[in-house]
Design a protein around this ligand. Sequence first.
Ligand SMILES: [Zn+2]
Length: 69
Amino acid sequence: MPNFTKQCPYCKNSNLIEKTNLPGMHFGALVCGECDRHIKWLPDPRIDKQYEERRQSIDNLLNRESVKA
Ligand SMILES: [Zn+2]
């Protein structure tokens, strides 16, 4: 996101707060510290790592299958 500026799209304040101790499925959220509106969800960095590891092991399995066939 090259043009992403860290400011609230509603009130243009740059006082943004990252909340990461949320109940439920989301890792965290970026909210405006001024108008308290939700700006965006924050991805869980651990899920990215798990996804990458799973993708690699699937690649390994596929490679092994293609060698067999
Ligand atoms: Zn705001």
